[in-house]
Design a protein. Structure first.
Length: 392
């Protein structure tokens, strides 16, 4: 089945385009104080080496914007091109300023960063968001007035803007009106997006994040529905906030981000782990691969094995993976028996299927092209078939 991705507009992020038919981009965020320039640069380089295409840095104050500039200067000669690195535009890794609150800081950051992230839930600090505001017009007028200069600077510097709403930081006004709901998250986001549109600013990326996977998925689906109704085609950034660490964090991220990717939603992802940023990257590429949103390596399909298995299945999977790890974009199946294996290996390009004790059939698509190959020669024969077909 072909992957149908929701078509979004292309937004330039420091020379590495996002959206449209560009690959779903992988990003991460550093976790050190912004003032730790050496530490930041080292983390960024490790993240780029792992495959990060954008790196976000927390920039809550004007002093942090200065540090961001210093980090950018340190990286201005370009980052080393690593094997498999598809990201950097002329070796320059786009830096994203994570601002959240302050319009003044956002304006300063927009002159330095490739993209600035603001949070509509806490961006308007000229009024106290903790006090209920019932006069929507007045609030929106204030928000508009405060966003206008930022959008002007973004236009002037070619800087993109992420309108990043978080479930945990909705304003009191939104909470009073819509409650702590996906609808509230959607409304808070759309208010800011409409202001950008009215200023003819369209270099926007949107995100709705929550540590609750169901809320994150439901809110993002709802946002896409509403954006489609309003003819908005802005790219989506996906992530589960505070996902945790280890297996828990990986599972939560895979479910939240993966559910949306298989819907065809999502243009950039960040796997948010309580670990150093470079460890997020392989997880992100794994999620993209598993959801078939971005294929960067061979996909393996293998059955668990059962009483019908007639050879050492686990060993065979390991051997096939080792022998074919250099291939990309292929689907290779290793199945325990010819009774169910060929049917269950679905759309695999090649198959290694147990045919009897110590015997393997090699499949190309749904056809057994070599039959009853001795198990100790089967991997070699599989490679021959792949090479033969590739050359033909
Ligand atoms: S494909 Fe065959 S060996 Fe594998 S689990 Fe199914 S029935 Fe068992």
């Amino acid at each position: 089945m072909d992957f149908q991705r929701r078509l979004t507009r292309v937004v330039n992020i420091g020379g590495v385009p996002l959206g449209g038919t560009y690959p779903v981009r992988v990003q991460t965020m550093t976790n050190l104080p912004t003032a730790d320039i050496d530490g930041q640069v080292a983390q960024i380089l490790r993240s780029v080496k792992a495959g990060a295409e954008y790196v976000r840095i927390t920039t809550p104050t004007l002093a942090d914007v200065e540090y961001l500039q210093q980090i950018k200067n340190r990286l201005s000669k370009g980052v080393p091109a690593f094997a498999g690195m598809t990201s950097a535009s002329n070796g320059i890794i786009p830096l994203i300023a994570d601002v959240h609150f302050s319009p003044k800081v956002a304006i300063a950051a927009a002159k330095v960063a490739a993209k600035v992230r603001i949070n509509p839930g806490n961006f308007l600090r000229t009024t106290d968001n903790r006090q209920p505001i019932t006069d929507n017009r007045s609030y929106l007028d204030q928000l508009h007035a405060i966003m206008r200069p930022l959008l002007g600077v973004c236009k002037e510097h070619g800087t993109a803007l992420r309108i990043g709403t978080n479930h945990g930081s909705l304003s009191e006004r939104i909470l009073n009106q819509y409650g702590d709901t996906p609808e509230g998250m959607v409304q808070a986001t759309l208010e800011a997006v409409r202001i950008c549109q009215s200023e003819n600013f369209h270099d926007i990326v949107v995100s709705l994040k929550s540590s609750n996977v169901k809320v994150m998925v439901e809110a993002t689906r709802l946002l896409v529905q509403r954006m489609d109704q309003e003819g908005m085609d802005y790219p989506l950034h996906l992530g589960v906030t505070e996902a945790g660490e280890g297996e828990d964090g990986r599972l939560k991220s895979a479910i939240g981000i993966g559910s949306l990717l298989v819907d065809g939603i999502g243009d950039t992802i960040r796997v948010s782990l309580t670990e150093d940023p470079e460890f997020e990257i392989p997880v992100a590429f794994g999620i993209l691969q598993a959801s078939r949103a971005r294929i960067t390596r061979t996909e393996y399909i293998s059955c668990p094995g059962c009483g019908r298995t007639t050879f050492k299945l686990q060993e065979a999977v390991k051997k096939v993976k080792e022998a074919t790890a250099h291939l990309t974009g292929m689907k290779i199946a290793v199945m325990g028996c010819i009774v169910n294996g060929p049917g269950e290996m679905a759309d695999a390009d090649y198959g290694y299927v147990g045919a009897g004790p110590g015997k393997v059939h090699i499949y190309k698509g749904k056809n057994a092209v070599l039959k009853n190959v001795a198990e100790d020669q089967a991997v070699e024969k599989l490679l021959e078939i792949i090479n033969y077909v590739d050359k033909s």
